[in-house]
Structure formats: structure tokens, C-alpha cells
Design a protein. Structure first.
Length: 166
């Protein structure tokens, strides 16, 4: 009998923990201006959904070069279904990100992963730790970039929305 009395509180605690984990939901977040441009630019270079000239436009804008002719005056949409980045407290050289797009997944490591990890942090994504690792993740990334508005140097032209884990 003693054994079962001690198991009941432990079982209850486990059930409450699992309920809390399953109740965790995504929280909407957004970024605009320079942070949105940075986030869109670091993701755009890996996106299979963008045309080559759109990737070039994003790279040039992010590099601070807005004095060039854009093939079209339309906005550029940078989207990703999910981005998960990881660094390690143990293997301090380990850095990786996996990006899920509508049609495929892309994995990056090293400096490119660090660039994405740091940009997510700048956008306000809080890292979570687990077993010697730090994770940052977002879902439903949707950025709208207006090159013409960015060229005006008025602070606008880049907006992103995404979801983060609570």
C-alpha cells in the first residue's frame, strides 16, 4: 500500500507537467524596419521559393546598397514554415539551423547558422535550453519587403510576422 500512495502524487505531477507542455501554444510576434530586413535577408538566401533576382535584391538591400534598378517594383515575400536553430554549451563550435519551406527543408551550419540564430535573437526570439543546447525557433514566418520604400530611406519597407513558442 505504501508504494501506491507514493506513486499517486508522482503520477499527478507527471500528468500536470504533460498538460502544461501540451497547453503551450504559439505566440504571435512581429518585427519591422531594420530587424525585419535582416531577418528576411538571412532567410531569403536559403529560400527555394525565391527567384535569383529576388535573392540578389535582398542581399544588396541588406548590404546597404539601395541605389540599383530592381527588375520589378513589386514587393518581395519571404516565407518559411519553421526555423529551428541550435547552439551547444558543450560543443561550443556546434551551430546549426534547419529551415522548413513549403517545398523543402534546408540545413545550414557554422557561420550561416550563427547569422540566423543571432538575427532571431535580435528579432526578440528567446532561446530555450535543454541538455547542453540552446534552441531558438519560430514558425509561420511571413516577411514583406518593399524595395522602393526602402530606397526612400524613411525607415519603412520591411515587415515580418511569425510565431514563437510560449
Amino acid at each position: 500500500m505504501k508504494y501506491s500512495r507514493h506513486r499517486k502524487p508522482a503520477a499527478l505531477a507527471l500528468c500536470l507537467t504533460l498538460a502544461a507542455v501540451s497547453a503551450a501554444s504559439a505566440a504571435p510576434a512581429s518585427a519591422s524596419g531594420p530587424v525585419a530586413l535582416a531577418l528576411a535577408a538571412v532567410v531569403a538566401q536559403h529560400s527555394p521559393l525565391l527567384a535569383g533576382h529576388e535573392k540578389q535584391t535582398m542581399a544588396r538591400l541588406f548590404a546597404g546598397d539601395s541605389n540599383f534598378h530592381v527588375k520589378s517594383s513589386k514587393t518581395i515575400s519571404v516565407t518559411a514554415d519553421a526555423i529551428v536553430c541550435r547552439t551547444s554549451n558543450i560543443d561550443i563550435a556546434a551551430r546549426s539551423c534547419e529551415m522548413t519551406f513549403k517545398t523543402s527543408k534546408r540545413a545550414v551550419q557554422g557561420p550561416r547558422a550563427n547569422e540566423i540564430f543571432a538575427t532571431l535573437a535580435t528579432a526578440g526570439v528567446t532561446p530555450e535550453g535543454a541538455a547542453g543546447s540552446n534552441f531558438e525557433s519560430i514558425s509561420k514566418l511571413n516577411c514583406t519587403i518593399d524595395p522602393d520604400q526602402i530606397r526612400q530611406k524613411s525607415g519603412g519597407g520591411a515587415d515580418c510576422s511569425f510565431e514563437t513558442a510560449n
